[in-house]
Design a protein around this ligand. Structure first.
Ligand SMILES: C[S@@+](CC[C@H](N)C(=O)[O-])C[C@H]1O[C@@H](n2cnc3c(N)ncnc32)[C@H](O)[C@@H]1O
Length: 255
């Protein structure tokens, strides 16, 4: 596991300079809209800006910035275990924004945060890199306030044929070649394609999140199923990282 995490960290260190550019090109510019929908899915937040929002696997802060703009009254804790990605993102921030973003170099499997200290949490294109995911779920449940929402944006996994197979061709043939040529690291882009293929299907991921202890787990697919947004909540009234209280239970505060 350590070497796998080491490989992932090295891969992102190698491609950090071209990550955002390639992200936009390879997603045909659709990634910005997907992130916006992820931030909006946290609305309304359970409280009024007292506790920060956690952006897990924040990378170069692409989603962190969308969160900061969507929720002007909140600070955003941006956590990633690859310092070069975080540093690059921070170097681009305007001073006003910098004051609201708390960069955290750390591992999603061992969050350096107190219990029930975060209003909500997100992870965009990060969850599939975390192994085992169960440790990240347990940590998110620990640090979220009861009823706090966790939204996960991720490429659809499960090896499903999408857009008549065009997407699968693109993922396994075009992405490693174009990504490899531009970044100089074909390995890293081959890993990205394989990690998407090996990621669970939307239904399986939802089941996995329920089994980990989240409630009200729902998902929505975008762009012909290429990406999927899962939203889940920490059970209300359970400060500890717990099991499911009652599946299907709804909160009464409008979330
Ligand atoms: C594809 S990037 C996503 C960055 C950003 N969220 C976005 O929307 O573009 C994935 C990030 O996950 C980070 N990552 C992978 N495993 C991690 C872990 N166990 N803990 C913290 N960060 C991790 C990597 O360092 C990388 O920056």
């Amino acid at each position: 596991m350590a070497s796998e995490a080491g490989f992932v960290r090295d891969a992102f260190s190698r491609i950090c300079g071209v990550y955002d550019f390639l992200n936009s090109v390879l997603s045909l510019g659709l990634d910005a809209g997907w992130r916006k929908k992820t931030a909006e899915a946290l609305c309304p937040l359970p409280e009024d800006g007292k506790r920060p929002i956690l952006d897990l696997a924040a990378g170069t802060l692409a989603l962190t910035l969308v969160l900061a703009r969507t929720f002007p009254g909140y600070r955003i804790a941006a956590l990633d275990f690859c310092p070069p990605m975080l540093r690059l993102g921070l170097s681009r921030l305007k001073p006003g924004m910098r004051a609201r973003i708390l960069p955290l170099a750390g591992d999603a499997r061992v969050l350096p945060l107190p219990d029930s200290s975060m209003s909500a949490a997100t992870a965009a294109f990060g969850l599939r890199n975390i192994n085992p995911r169960g440790r990240a779920y347990a940590e998110v449940l620990r640090v979220l306030v009861p009823g706090g929402r966790f939204c996960v944006l991720e490429f659809s996994g499960g090896g499903e044929r999408l857009l008549f197979g065009l997407y699968n061709f693109y993922l396994h043939r075009v992405l490693p070649i174009v990504g490899g040529l531009v970044s100089g690291s074909r390995d890293a882009y081959r890993y990205l394609a394989e990690s998407i293929r090996d990621h669970p299907s939307a239904d399986d991921l939802a089941d996995e999140m329920r089994a980990a202890g989240f409630v009200n787990v729902v998902y929505k697919k975008f762009t012909g199923g290429v990406v999927c947004l899962h939203c889940a909540e920490k059970p209300p009234g359970s400060p500890e990282c717990g099991r499911v209280l009652e599946t299907g239970q709804r909160r009464t505060d409008g979330c």
